[in-house]
Design a protein around this ligand. Structure first.
Ligand SMILES: Nc1ncnc2c1ncn2[C@@H]1O[C@H](COP(=O)(O)OP(=O)(O)OP(=O)(O)O)[C@@H](O)[C@H]1O
Ligand SMILES: [Mg+2]
Length: 356
């Protein structure tokens, strides 16, 4: 490490999370073993500029990101982008043990079996999750990740139009996993060996469910119910404006508002079905229940929702908090930053890329 990095620390690339409701950006700084948040910001996504994980008004989104970059005085042009999991297909597959080079070749053919898109229209990547040692064979578990090429390109074009360059694209599940690993530290791989974590990101367009087992990504599923569905239902059933509906969501009567309970029930049913599916089909039968529930996303601010979920799933929800192990630059006041906690974990996890 050069002398300047030792003295002043090393900046991460900014992590960028473009959500349906807001755009978040986090840049971290590392000095020795200590990581702090150097820059952090969030701005509302222009209304109707984003739908189902797709950018429907590239110009408006680009200008909003530009504004955020300017406000935070970020000079760095390269970013780590986290791509909405609505756009991503993940499949965990088992392959015979082989070299990295052989695997690369094999995955070209394997991908076609699992991806419904014509392969030329998809961006495909993979990571090795773990080696599997059974009685008479050696295998490895691979996670295949794919996204539609035109969707990935639309994100890249938006960024390039304002002279930003995504040097890596993450999936939200991996960004969050990095934050959890950082919070939990080494215990994640040691003491947590047999533990199953359920991560829930309650977003605006949709909610994302991620299962982590043995400190590794195991399964994820996108559920098409998010904060916007609640807002919409309140607007229609309570005959109020969007602004009023948004503010009602933070008040104690939220669960009793028009259509809310039905949506919560639908959300819970999908969560329970995903858990059952995972526990039934997972490839080792060692463990039959979820140990910990971790939550994030603006949706957790909806009044009473979190305790309702926790009660129903019989798990105490823990809020993923980037600031738990990552300090703040002197310019920031921690109590004021608590407002950001549910929102910035994905951007923070993207910024951790390269260090984890
Ligand atoms: N104080 C609050 N009270 C109640 N609800 C809130 C509050 N703040 C934010 N929300 C809700 O959280 C949701 C936005 O959360 P978040 O920023 O995580 O979504 P997003 O990342 O933009 O969307 P997505 O991940 O679906 O693309 C909105 O539905 C919003 O109504
Ligand atoms: Mg989000």
């Amino acid at each position: 490490m050069g002398i300047s990095k030792r003295l002043f620390g090393e900046m991460s690339l900014p992590g960028l999370d473009i959500g349906a409701h807001s755009i978040k950006l986090v840049q971290l700084k590392r000095k020795g073993n200590e990581i702090t948040v150097a820059k952090l910001g969030q701005m509302e996504t222009p209304y109707n500029a984003f739908d189902g994980g797709k950018i429907t008004n590239p110009e408006a989104v680009a200008q909003r990101i530009k504004l955020l970059i300017k406000k935070l005085r970020i000079k760095e042009k390269r970013v780590f982008l986290s791509l909405s999991d609505q756009n991503v297909i993940t499949r965990s597959i088992v392959m015979p043990k082989m070299t990295a080079k052989e695997l690369k070749e094999a995955m070209r053919w394997e991908a076609e079996k699992y991806i419904t898109l014509p392969i030329q229209d998809a961006v495909v990547d993979y990571v090795k999750l773990q080696d599997i040692q059974s009685e008479n064979k050696e295998e490895m578990k691979i996670l295949l990740v794919a996204s539609a090429r035109n969707v990935v390109n639309s994100y890249i074009e938006v960024l390039e139009s304002i002279k930003l360059f995504p040097v890596a694209i993450d999936i939200e599940a991996f960004s969050l996993l990095r934050v959890i690993r950082h919070i939990e530290g080494s215990s994640m791989s040691e003491g947590y060996d047999d533990k199953i974590f359920l991560l829930l990101d309650l977003g605006a367009d949709s909610s994302n469910l991620i299962v982590i087992e043995n400190g590794q990504f195991a399964f994820s599923r996108n559920i098409a119910i998010g904060g916007n569905n609640f807002t919409q239902s309140i607007m229609e059933r309570e005959k109020v404006s969007r602004e009023e509906a948004e503010s009602l969501k933070g008040t104690p009567g939220f669960l009793g508002l028009g259509g809310v309970q039905e949506l919560v029930d639908d959300l819970l049913r999908e969560i329970r079905r995903s858990i059952d599916y995972y526990l039934l089909y997972k490839d080792n039968n060692s463990h039959k229940n979820i140990d910990e529930l971790w939550v994030t996303g603006g949706g957790i601010r909806q009044n009473g929702l979190l305790s309702f979920l926790g009660h129903d799933l019989k798990l105490e929800p823990k809020i993923i908090n980037l600031f738990h192990k990552i300090g703040l630059d002197k310019r920031y006041i921690l109590s004021e930053m608590n407002e950001y906690v549910p929102f910035i974990n994905i951007a923070g996890g993207a910024a951790l890329r390269g260090w984890y």
